[in-house]
Design a protein around this ligand. Structure first.
Ligand SMILES: O=C[C@H](O)COP(=O)(O)O
Length: 256
């Protein structure tokens, strides 16, 4: 179902103690609903935090997500963490296809197809990231690139499976750079993504799909970004590491 979502992606930040404390603050914020009504809040924590944070959560509108999962179910894959293991911690969701995974760890679409299948098999919700690099935008290939990422990574799914996917549009040139897509650029791409989903799965499914924006979203620009009709929320990196900033972004999402 289409939802208002604000998901934090902590990336490789926060010691165990710091992460547990930040999650406690977010849980309290969600609990007392200080202006964040109607927003599903997600915390994308490092693997080691998942079990403790999931255990401590008291609110149904808050869920924990992993930032990656293995392509295989179990076995001799040193250093990997399976979707089953993630689900067994109480985490409900996994972020897949983040541009940092694609570019630093060579995650191609065939790899992502396997990860998506594992996540669905373990009953995890998926936040699937797509987005173009600067050269692709400058060459006006951004629509083509994003459509290809969606097609190759997700469009083997049945409509029932696709219902467990949230899409995050993250222009790579805006991630951690302080340079955000303009609200108009975000809306244009989100509307395009919805049209691509409609072409494949039909308008009803497209209308039910949540599409998040990610890339230097902060308390100063969240309001303008979230005011767009096809922007259902945000995938927040840097600004999710400070409770006060994250709360402002949740409030901005709740407003529209
Ligand atoms: O997953 C989050 C995105 O990569 C955005 O990160 P950022 O908000 O630090 O730019």
């Amino acid at each position: 179902m289409r939802k208002k979502i604000v998901a934090g992606n902590w990336k490789m930040n926060k010691t165990f103690a710091e992460g547990v404390e930040l999650a406690r603050e977010v849980n309290d914020y969600v609990r007392y609903k200080e202006g964040g009504e109607g927003v599903l809040v997600v915390l994308g924590t490092p693997f080691i935090h998942l079990a403790k944070v999931a255990h401590n959560i008291t609110e149904t509108s808050l869920m924990v997500a992993a930032q990656n999962c293995a392509t295989e179910k179990a076995g001799a894959y040193t250093g990997e963490v399976s979707a089953d293991m993630i689900a067994s911690t109480g985490a409900k969701c996994v972020i897949l296809g983040h541009s940092e995974r694609r570019s630093y760890y060579g995650e191609t679409s065939p790899i992502l197809v396997k990860k998506v299948a594992q996540a669905l098999d373990s009953k995890l919700e998926i936040i699937f990231c797509v987005g173009e690099v600067l050269e692709e935008r400058e060459a006006e290939k951004h629509f083509e690139v994003v459509k290809q990422q969606l097609t190759d990574g997700l469009f083997n799914l049945t409509p029932e499976q696709f219902a467990h996917v949230v899409i995050a549009y993250e222009p790579v040139w805006a991630i951690g750079t302080g340079k955000t897509a303009t609200p108009a650029q975000a809306q244009e791409m989100h509307a395009f993504i919805r049209s691509v989903v409609a072409e494949k799965y039909g308008q009803t499914v497209a209308n039910e799909t949540s599409i998040l924006y990610g890339g230097s979203c902060n308390p100063g620009n969240a309001d303008a970004i979230f005011s767009n009709p096809d922007v259902d929320g945000g995938l927040i990196g840097g600004a999710s590491l400070k409770a006060a900033d994250f709360f402002e972004i949740i409030k901005a999402r709740a407003k529209h």
